[in-house]
Structures are given as C-alpha cells and as structure tokens.
Design a protein around this ligand. Structure first.
Ligand code: PAF
Length: 279
C-alpha cells in the first residue's frame, strides 16, 4: 500500500498499534537496491508492520546538482517493496513534509562535525530534520539503517538519545556487489568502466587490514594506492574511534576502530563512500 499523506499514515498505524502490532521503519530516499532490500527483509522478519519511507529529502543536500541527478525510480521501488513483504510505502511530497521551512538545528560533535559533516555542511542537520519527523510520524519499535553510511548511524544514535525516542536502532551490514563495491543508489550513475574502477576502493581498504602497518602508514597506503588509479581521487580517509568518530593515532587508542573513506570517481565525478573495520 502506498501512502502520500502524514495523516493517513498516522491513522493507519494507530489501528495497527491498537491491535498490539509492532512497527519497523526503514527510511530511504528511493532508488532502492539490494542493500535496501536487505534492510526491508530484516524489518519484515522482526516486526508485524514494516513502513518504508521514500523521500528524497532536499534539506540534506548541500549540493543542488547532486539532488537534481539523484535517481528517482518510485514505480520500481514499490515493486521491490512488495516483493520484500513491506506493508506500507510512505512517499510524501516535499510540501507535505516541509509546509514551512524547517529551522530546527541539531548539533552532535564530533560525530556530525568530522568527515561528511566537514565536507557537506548542513548535511547531517538535514538528515536529523527528516529522520526526527519520520520517527514522530511512525513511532516505530525499530528503525533500520545501512552501515554503509557509518557516520549517519552514529549521528542518528546521538539524536535518538538527545530527543528521547523510544525505539531500537538496528544497524545492518553493507551489501556489496560481486566486485566488492558497496551498493549505493549513486552506483547507477557510474559507467561500466567507472564501476570497475570503483571496485578498487574496497579492495585497497580490505588489503590494508592485512599488512600490519601503523595507523599513519595504513592511511597513506590506502590514499596513495587509490589516488594512483586514474579516475579515482580520495577526498578523505579518516581512521577513527568507531563510536565517537574522533581520529585516533594508534591502534591502542580505541576499542573499536573504523576507516571511513570518500572517493570521487570518474569525470562527472560521482562521490562514493565506504568504510572498513580494523578492530
Ligand atoms: O540514508 C539515507 O538514504 C538518508 O540519509 C535517510 C536516512 C533516508 C534520510 O533522508
């Protein structure tokens, strides 16, 4: 069932709640792929009702061109959701979500100020604006997010604590193409040749976990090898505490350590993100 209006979504979910049914929410911006399907299937297996929101949220795009060229595939998305067993696709208009400009600000440093936060000013503020609205409309028992956007999950967890949402955040593993490339809606914007180039990102990340190098050497190994490939350019590679996202200087500095990378691919260029766990 596809719903476009907030009031309709709320009354439908109220009925479900009165029947004692649990609700899972999978927030998306559409252009769904196998990565999204894995989140939806997980929600379907853990909740009585799964709501998948499909909303290309303008407030999280600091680059207008990125928003304009973002793929839009609503019909195919709805088909995929049906196949995955989701009961509700919530696809509101921009006017429905933002009848007035959203002036709320969210600030959770360092999680939202480093890496993507530094490169895309306002991005996480926009993500918190829309995700907090979706949480309020659906009041889910569980909300599902892909670990591909590792930093996004860390920021949303802080927001959930801050605003006191009573829900469980469920982080789901990255789904990769056969080549190792992390699945992303933006991959459809890559040519076949660019897709093949992009597979090097994960290959070097993975290799870097096997070399026994120190943190600085690991950083340099990844950046130098990816930059050496024509058509790829690293924007940043940060090796950080997996919980706070603060940069670390040695493998002993944190219990959980993750390397987060953003790479420009091809001539348009398309910005791809990925990460690897070191500890
Ligand atoms: O990860 C995404 O697709 C978006 O940032 C989200 C969480 C759906 C908010 O618009």
């Amino acid at each position: 069932m596809i719903i476009h209006k907030i009031s309709e979504l709320q009354s439908k979910l109220q009925v479900e709640r009165q029947k004692g049914r649990t609700i899972g929410l999978v927030p998306t911006m559409g252009a769904l792929h196998a990565g999204h399907a894995s989140l939806v299937k997980r929600s379907v297996s853990e909740n009585d009702v799964t709501v998948v929101s499909i909303f290309l949220n303008p407030t999280q795009f600091n680059d207008k061109k990125d928003l304009e060229r973002y793929p839009r595939t609503l019909e195919a998305d709805c088909k995929l959701l049906e196949q995955c067993g989701a009961q509700i696709a919530f696809a509101p208009s921009v006017e429905e979500i933002y009848p007035e400009p959203d002036t709320r600000t969210f600030s959770y440093p360092p999680t939202d100020s480093v890496m993507e936060g530094a490169m895309r000013p306002g991005h996480f503020n926009g993500v918190c604006q829309i995700v907090s609205k979706l949480f309020s409309y659906t009041n889910p028992d569980r909300a599902y997010f892909g670990e591909k956007d590792y930093q996004q999950i860390a920021v949303i967890k802080r927001m959930v604590e801050d605003l006191g949402f009573k829900l469980t955040m469920v982080s789901c593993p990255v789904i990769r193409e056969e080549s190792g490339l992390a699945m992303s809606s933006r991959n459809t914007l890559l040519s076949d040749a660019e897709r093949a180039l992009a597979a090097n990102i994960y290959a070097f990340l993975k290799k870097s976990t096997t070399l026994g190098l120190d943190v600085q050497q690991t950083h340099d190994y990844v950046v130098e090898n990816i930059d050496a490939i024509e058509g790829l350019k690293v924007q940043y590679f940060s090796i950080v505490d997996g919980n706070t996202l603060a940069e670390i200087g040695s493998w002993q500095d944190a219990e959980s350590i993750v390397g987060c990378i953003t790479v420009f691919c091809g001539s348009k260029p398309i910005r791809l993100i990925d990460h690897i766990r070191y500890k």
